[in-house]
Design a protein around this ligand. Structure first.
Ligand code: TRP
Length: 339
């Protein structure tokens, strides 16, 4: 492992984790631990970009997300799991990077204008929001990471991170590896209404949902819109329920459902009930583990503190290199003047 490449990834602490996070991110993190030195963090400062007016739940979201990660298989001994704001070096590096990042580069990020439009109930016209990709760059290169597992939607941010990194290296010397995107195959995870699963659409199944909640949400799910009567044959390939079966039911169950749906041998209501039981079985071990972890918050917090300490060690090493490269190394100057 000593010469393994470094992987870094984070999630914003903006709410409970759901199946979209599980299939889109967490499952991939768990796999990456086998081959790389991984740093995974809760981006609580990034959460502030949208949640600055109501910060009361951010720490809870962070701690619960941490429990979800471990419950899903992230190993806090093997990987370094930490909280962004417990490593203040993120902010120092962000400040330095902000000096060398042209405004034009930030304004042309495609997600920037788009998100401002989407989240129109909140004021996103802030300096911090424009600088979101600069902070994200700092998160990555602070650990001198080689790989960043990201979804397609983050590709433009990572491209910008590479540009900022190149600019730093050109100006001050080769301090940082240029981070590369790792695009894992991430399936589309629909929400209960068929749109992408997302907290803001209110269509999510959370990792913490118990059996009753899962049954209720499955019963509300949208199904094949062309199957109007029970005796009409269904089209699993365009049905929300079937997308879930494919993600989380045993393959033989998914195949049987597809066959019986096409033959109108199983109805949508029956299928919803069946899916609910599959989902409950799938989530049960994760939910139990997260509950165990959250029952002993002192132990969980100790893991978080230890992870953040390990992260900070590497971050401080990097900043010593950065100060040296910039020629702003007062440590050296001051120790010389003492002699
Ligand atoms: N922007 C990411 C998200 O919304 C979170 C994030 C912050 C991140 N910093 C990062 C992801 C660095 C990868 C690397 O989910």
């Amino acid at each position: 492992m000593s010469d393994a490449r470094i992987v870094l990834s984070g999630m914003r602490s903006t709410g409970k984790l759901h199946l979209g996070h599980y299939f889109g991110t967490l499952r991939n993190w768990v796999a990456l631990q086998e081959r790389h030195r991984c740093y995974f963090f809760a981006a609580d400062w990034h959460a502030l970009t949208s949640e600055y007016a109501n910060t009361s739940e951010i720490t809870t979201w962070t701690v619960e997300a941490f429990a979800d990660w471990i419950a899903a298989g992230v190993d806090p001994e093997r990987s370094v799991v930490f909280v962004q704001s417990l490593v203040p070096e993120h902010a120092e590096l962000h400040l330095i990077l902000s000096m060398i990042t042209p405004l034009g580069w930030l304004e042309r990020v495609p997600t920037y204008k788009e998100q401002i439009r989407q989240l129109d109930n909140r004021d996103l016209g802030t300096y911090g929001f424009l600088g979101y990709p600069v902070l994200q760059t700092s998160d990555i290169i602070l650990y001198r990471a080689h790989f960043v597992p990201v979804g397609e939607d983050q590709a433009s941010h990572l491209e910008l991170s590479r540009e900022i990194t190149r600019r730093f290296n050109t100006l001050y010397g080769e301090v940082f590896p240029e981070p590369q995107a790792l695009f894992a195959p991430t399936p589309r995870v629909p929400g209960t209404d068929g749109r992408k699963m997302s907290k803001s659409y209110g269509n999510a199944v959370n990792l913490s949902d118990g059996p009753d909640e899962i049954r209720r949400k499955c019963m509300e799910m949208f199904t094949d819109p062309t199957r109007i009567r029970r005796k009409d044959p269904g089209h699993p390939e365009s049905c929300n329920l079937f997308e879930f079966h494919r993600l989380l039911s045993p393959p033989e169950v998914a195949e049987r459902v597809a066959r019986e749906c096409r033959a109108a041998a199983i109805g949508c209501v029956e299928d919803k009930k069946l899916l609910a039981e599959q989902m409950i079985a799938f989530l049960e071990p994760i939910r139990r583990r997260r509950e165990d972890l959250l029952r002993h918050p002192a132990e969980l917090l100790a893991l978080l503190r230890e992870g953040s300490r390990r992260a900070r060690e590497r971050a401080q090493e990097t900043l010593a290199l950065v100060r040296d490269a910039l020629g702003l190394d007062y440590e050296k100057l001051l120790s010389r003047s003492v002699q």
